[in-house]
Design a protein around this ligand. Structure first.
Ligand code: NAP
Length: 207
């Protein structure tokens, strides 16, 4: 009998993708015994005023470059190609259609983003359909995730064990810092894969 796939969904803006994201995906693959991790750069994030979709194609291509050497990493453009705001519920439903309703989906993203999950579109439905892996930077106060679980329990009466915390020391690297460094003409070698750093230079991004 065919086994149900366990798939990691790496959600994020990836502006740009860096080694912290790659280490987080690799760690999730290992810790949660996933079959693969699909990186999904968001198209037009619902919670952001500025329009990241303007450089969406660059974010997507840098993600492809960064993940190309790992046989378990894949990149999807479903959010980049979808018109309108990138709601996670729409993505999860689409993936369930592709991989089967019994596939086990793990949505991996930054803990700060997961803390806002109660304000996401159709929270109740999302937590029925997938689990969450909150990737934290070193020193992150994980009691905030525990508080979230309690609020979630009050609201939904179940599923609080569907949120996992995963500490990733390499997440000391951040996209915001990388953009600032490029603007300030500081090196970004070793923070991002070489191909990504070359891509940023070639296309004059973040100047
Ligand atoms: P964000 O505000 O850009 O990021 C929040 C924090 O999490 C940042 O510190 C970020 O670090 C980190 N982070 C982001 N993605 C990560 C990843 N995959 N692994 C580890 N750390 C990560 O959040 P965002 O990227 O826009 O949103 C995260 C995901 O949640 C996206 O897929 C987005 O579509 C989804 N989301 C959905 C809704 C909704 O459906 N209503 C609302 C909000 C967010 P870096 O800056 O270094 O990446």
């Amino acid at each position: 009998m065919k086994k149900d796939l366990k798939i990691g969904i790496m959600g994020g803006t990836f502006n740009p993708i860096h080694h912290g994201h790659l280490v987080a995906a690799g760690e999730a693959l290992h810790q949660f015994h996933l079959d693969k991790v699909i990186f999904i750069p968001s198209g037009d994030p619902p919670h952001k005023d500025f329009h990241e979709e303007k450089i969406a194609e660059h974010r997507y291509l840098m993600t492809v470059i960064a993940t190309s050497s790992n046989k378990n990493f894949f990149v999807s453009r479903i959010e980049i190609d979808r018109k309108g705001k990138s709601y996670t519920i729409d993505t999860i439903k689409e993936l369930k259609k592709i991989y089967g309703q019994s596939s086990n989906l793990y949505f991996i993203t930054g803990a700060d983003a997961i803390l806002e999950i109660l304000s996401w579109k159709k929270t109740q439905e999302i937590i029925q359909l997938c689990s969450f892996i909150a990737a934290t930077r070193p020193g992150y106060d994980i009691s905030r995730i525990q508080e979230l679980k309690e609020r979630l329990f009050k609201k939904t009466k179940n599923n609080i064990e569907k949120i996992f915390v995963m500490e990733v020391p390499a997440l000391a690297i951040s996209s915001t810092d990388i953009r600032k460094r490029v603007k300030g003409k500081k090196p970004i070698d070793y923070l991002v894969p070489e191909g990504v750093s070359n891509y940023i230079l070639k296309h004059g991004l973040y100047k």
